[in-house]
Design a protein around this ligand. Structure first.
Ligand code: SF4
Ligand code: SF4
Length: 501
């Protein structure tokens, strides 16, 4: 029995809707910039050098870290540099990247997977294809898909998340409308791998075309497609599990702890490509939207292309822009559109620069409490975060805050609540780590003191024992001497008596 609801959350209509949700195939870029540091794990080591010719799909960097995937060339051409370049991060930091200049031919390296009759393949082979094809979570998390699927036991339900993470993003809607067959076949592959009895594809109730497309290709009675209310943040894993199955994932826990595996719909399609063809992930669908572009749209674009490559296709106006990777709520601001698109770039928001409303005092209206989708009390948390009383904030479950900014959005005083919570979490982590370090240092000091004291005591006891032993020995020696003296005296006495006689 489906539950299909959770408390809180907010309804935010798409601020820049389009009439038809399309996917435009972006032209091949002149060059791609591919960062070696992935979302988690060690930096990959290049296995090509400057001047090498590469084919599309060829592995150009790898790592021994099991939680990482190899990095593939996303166009054919020549490696022109391996150096520090700006990466998509709010810090504007540079990181080591491989730059490939296109030869314009897009020549692919050969690849062959399980084929369309994939069910004869065992789970381990499928997972191997998923890792070698470089599949990570495309919904924004970037967690390697193979790591999520390995060693799964007791999985009863697979949830395929077709909800857009945030208002304005349309890439998953576009994917479901234009690639429904691959999505459904991808779900069958995932069912085979995780052994679940059933799969649910969750689609928001304002995406009727996506639902119709999926229904047309879904002929497997283990797969159902469920509509859920279009409400931010219904795409969050814990909330989706709650909404669909009425199962609470405990604080700090994961969906798999309750027998549920969740995968994003775009990741599911990429898994289909990986298992059937062993086709490396070299492109993704990205939404370009915002007040700064005239034609919001979705583009299938090669990874490593610059943001500018597709922003320019959406007709940006001439105003000054703020550029954001990801959604309007949880995305990160980036300094420049000369930033490479990576596997987690689901959306680029290009907004006209606007003045931020000034922050006022909290008027205790309680709207933030009603909006919180994970049932926290943001108003209360705010006071503790503001006064840096992070212990108290943790008592009020600050750790469960998913920083969705629903509370910010509804706050009439424009208080950046989620920023306070993010700061408070970092401060608590640091305080706890500092406290831990202090505790360790104190324990070390106390142990050293104890050790010195113990050594002193043991030495004193040893000296006392030696002294006692010496005393006993001296007493023994004296007794011996006395005995000898007495014997000598007796001998002398006997001798004298005999001499006198
Ligand atoms: S919504 Fe803003 S003003 Fe209202 S209680 Fe929450 S923090 Fe205070
Ligand atoms: S940012 Fe945190 S406290 Fe605010 S609504 Fe989201 S989960 Fe709740």
């Amino acid at each position: 029995m489906l539950n299909q609801s959770f408390n809180g959350g907010i309804v935010i209509p798409n601020p820049h809707p389009v009439e038809t949700v399309e996917i435009i195939l972006a032209p091949l870029p002149d060059k791609v910039v591919l960062p070696l540091q992935q979302r988690i794990g060690d930096e990959a080591s290049p296995c090509v050098k400057v001047g090498d010719k590469v084919l599309t799909g060829q592995v150009i960097a790898k790592t021994q870290d099991h939680f990482c995937v190899p990095i593939h060339a996303t166009i054919s051409g020549k490696v022109v540099s391996i150096d520090d370049q700006i990466i998509p991060h709010k810090s504007g930091l540079k990181s080591k990247c491989i730059t490939i200049e296109s030869d314009g031919k897009d020549q692919w390296e050969e690849h062959k997977g399980c084929g369309s009759d994939f069910l004869h393949c065992d789970q381990a082979t499928m997972i191997e294809y998923i890792q070698s094809s470089g599949i990570v979570g495309l919904g924004g998390a970037g967690f390697p898909a193979h790591a999520k699927l390995e060693g799964i036991q007791d999985c009863h339900t697979l949830i395929v998340n077709g909800t857009e993470c945030e208002p304005g993003i349309m890439c998953d809607d576009a994917l479901m409308q234009h690639h429904p067959r691959e999505v459904i076949r991808g779900v069958e592959i995932l069912l085979h791998i995780c052994g679940a009895q059933r799969a649910i594809i969750a689609v928001e109730d304002d995406k009727q075309e996506a639902l119709n497309s999926l229904l047309m290709y879904c002929h497997n009675d283990r797969i159902s497609i469920e509509q859920i209310p279009t409400k931010y943040t219904s795409g969050a894993e814990k909330l989706l599990v709650k909404a669909l199955l009425d199962i609470e994932i405990p604080s700090g826990g994961f969906a798999i702890d309750t027998g549920v595996v969740c995968q994003n719909v775009a990741t599911t399609k990429a898994i289909f490509d990986a298992v059937v063809d062993n086709k490396p992930l070299v492109s993704r669908i990205v939404t370009v939207t915002g007040s700064g572009v005239e034609s919001p749209n979705n583009y299938e674009v090669r990874l490593g292309s610059s943001f500018e490559h597709i922003v320019s296709m959406s007709n940006p106006n001439t105003n000054q822009h703020a550029v954001r990777m990801g959604g309007m709520m949880m995305g990160v601001d980036v300094e420049t559109t000369n930033t490479p698109i990576c596997k987690i770039t689901n959306c680029i928001f290009v907004n006209n620069l606007e003045e931020r409303a000034s922050t006022q005092e909290c008027i205790r209206c309680g709207r933030c409490n009603q909006a919180c989708p994970v049932d926290l009390l943001p108003q209360q948390l705010y006071w503790y975060a503001k006064s840096e009383n992070t212990d108290k904030a943790m008592d009020y479950n600050l750790a469960d805050c998913i920083e969705c900014r629903c509370c910010d959005y509804v706050c009439p005083s424009h208080i950046p609540l989620a920023e306070y919570f993010s700061f408070a979490k970092a401060l608590h982590r640091k305080t706890t780590e500092d406290q831990y370090r202090t505790d360790i240092a104190r324990e070390r000091f106390e142990f050293r003191e104890y050790r010195l004291e113990r050594n002193k005591r043991e030495r004193a006891e040893m000296m006392a024992a030696k002294k006692e032993e010496l005393k006993k020995k001296m007493a023994n020696d004296k007794a011996q001497k006395d005995k000898i003296a007495a014997a000598m005296a007796r001998v002398n006495k006997t001798k004298k008596a005999s001499d006198d006689a």
